[in-house]
Design a protein around this ligand. Sequence first.
Ligand SMILES: N[C@@H](CCC(=O)N[C@@H](CS)C(=O)NCC(=O)O)C(=O)O
Length: 202
Amino acid sequence: MELFVTKNSPYARIVRVVTYELDIEDSITVSHAKTRKADSPYYTINPSGRVPYLVSDDGIGIEGTDTICEYLCAASKNSLWSYPNGDDGWTLRRLHSLAHSSLEGLSVWLRETHRPKNEQSSTIIEHERARAFRLLGEWERSITDPLMSGELNRAQITLFCALGIEKFLPEFEWRGAHPALHAYMNRQANRSSFFNTDETNF
Ligand SMILES: N[C@@H](CCC(=O)N[C@@H](CS)C(=O)NCC(=O)O)C(=O)O
């Protein structure tokens, strides 16, 4: 299988974390795609031009972080990307959606800062900055939910990779004002799948 990524994509990192958790990282070739460039050769592989993108052993291309994670977990008969039954299933759905909301907003903020200075929108940046900090306030409370510290799940992975955007976005300084979340992120950073997919170790 071949997985197309970019170095600073938090979505691609989620998939890479999952490959480590499933212990299949050595069976997947990781290729760096050139995104957001006119006429990139990558567009002949994935017409949307987005990463992550997985090409399976039988040549089928799969787009979308959650779909790729579900595919890999199903192929490994592993429940990492599944929801449990009952109340925990609904709580995990809620936490995953909340993490995904942080991920989407931070990605827009990061993308905006990568545009040429004269094309950047201060309105978009301020909108996403404010959203990110409102959501951090919610996470400072929700991080105590038992599902955020028990067995690894999709909400934990998504939140970790979303907040990992701090490495590429110096203006995203949140740790001082969110001590519970800061301690949580430091604990998780020691996990080998997170450590191995840190951009500095990648
Ligand atoms: N909904 C997609 C989002 C993926 C995404 O936004 N990827 C960004 C990198 S973080 C990308 O490839 N951008 C290139 C582009 O927009 O052309 C998913 O879940 O995988």
